[in-house]
Structures are given as C-alpha cells and as structure tokens.
Design a protein around this ligand. Structure first.
Ligand SMILES: [Zn+2]
Length: 233
C-alpha cells in the first residue's frame, strides 16, 4: 500500500519495534549484470549501480524454477513509465509483500475490472506520490493472475526508504477488511518461490511491509499467510 493510505493504518508505537531497514537490506546477494534478459518479464534488466565495481556484481547460476505466467504491463497500463521519476533497480536482494490497502474490499475477478483497479492504483501513485509508475513490480488479482507492474529495471516505490533492490509484490484487496482468496494465496506462493530462486533471495529477506515500516500492510488476514510461508520455506 502506498505511503498516504498507509497513514490510515498507522499503528502507534510499532515503528519503535522496527529496526532500520538499511541494516536489513545492505549486502546485496545478487546484482544482475547489464543486458541480461529478465526471465520473469522477458525484458532486459537495467544497468548496474554506478560505483559498484565488477567484484560487487555477484552472478549466480540461474534457477531451474520455471517462471509463472504473467500478464504484461502493456495489457493494462494507460501510460508509459516516467523514467525521470525513477531510479534503476541495480540488482535484487529482497522482496516485500503488500496488500492494495484501498479503503474498500476488492472482489472483482473479470479482467476489465482488474484493469480498472490497476489503473486506479497507478493514477494514485503517480498523482499523490509523484511516482513514476505504479509502485509495485507485480500484482496478484483476486483470481490469482499475475500482472506486471512497474518494470523490474526500475526501483519500486512501495516501502518508504527501503525500496533499494527490493521487489514489491502487491496482493489486490484490503486484508484488514477481507480475506485473500485461495487463488491469491496459491499464486503468492508461486511468485515468492520463483523470485527467491531466480534472484537468490533468502527467506530472511522476504518481508511483509509491516516489518519495514509502521503500517498494518499487508493486513491482518494476509500476514498469517506470509508468516506460514516463511516457516515452511
Ligand atoms: Zn504495503
């Protein structure tokens, strides 16, 4: 969920329990080399971080885990990413799970309705947050489909001050108000499993948003699922 709607769920005092994400998220485990096709999106990745020498670019073997199907950004987005408002991702070492967190429940499954909802979120992020695109890299709709959000070559805008090398996965709905669908839970398992394998992300770097900032995100009804996933992975 974005920073503005997050305030509605601000939990007083929780921030004191959350250690700085800079400590958690340094030590990149995987810096993707330039000009390498991204398996999940089929697109070329961005260039490597300026200032990071070759010794910092640790390339590990590609995983044999197959990529789940994904609906391309071009199928829904009503505008191009605004590159001037975004930084390059420059490697990936974490993934953060969010809910959509709009102040209403979302039960739509028809593609046209999902597209409308995605556009609403994107418009909100571009307008209110001055973001360059929707803040998340992947979105899981109520039917369990995966939609490409912000291209992975760009750093996301989904966790305040903790977006570096951090993939944002949003599950559509407000899980303070509703339960995730079985299809969403099943797809989230696939997405997290694939991203962990593809980018060598350790389980300790799979975060629910609430562990990186004072927020209820990804919601009381999705958080137990994230906890269970981490216990059994
Ligand atoms: Zn969030």
């Amino acid at each position: 969920m974005d920073d503005i709607s997050r305030r509605a769920f601000l939990v007083t005092g929780l921030g004191a329990l959350v250690s700085g994400c800079a400590d958690k998220m340094r030590d990149p485990l995987f810096i993707e080399p330039s000009n390498t096709a991204n398996r999940l999106t089929g697109r070329a990745s961005g260039s490597h971080t300026p200032g990071l020498g070759p010794s910092s670019r640790i390339v590990r073997p590609r995983s044999a885990v197959s990529a789940p199907p994904i609906i391309a950004r071009s199928a829904w987005a009503d505008g191009a990413p605004i590159a001037s408002r975004m930084d390059p991702m420059n490697g990936i070492n974490a993934v953060t799970v969010h809910h959509e967190g709009m102040p209403y429940s979302v039960y739509c499954t028809a593609k046209r309705d999902v597209i409308r909802e995605l556009r609403t979120v994107r418009t909100s992020h571009i307008g209110r947050m001055r973001a360059g695109d929707i803040g998340y890299h992947f979105i899981i709709d109520r039917a369990g489909r995966i939609w490409e959000g912000r291209p992975l070559r760009f750093q996301g805008a989904h966790v305040k001050d903790c977006n570096y090398h951090n993939i944002g996965v949003m599950v559509m709905g407000n899980f303070e108000l509703q339960y995730p669908s079985k299809q969403q839970e099943a797809t989230l398992t696939k997405v997290l499993g694939h991203l962990m394998a593809r980018y060598r992300i350790p389980i300790r770097a799979v975060y629910p948003h609430r562990e990186l900032g004072p927020t209820a995100c990804p919601g009381r009804y999705l958080q137990p699922y994230v906890d269970a996933f981490r216990r059994k992975t």
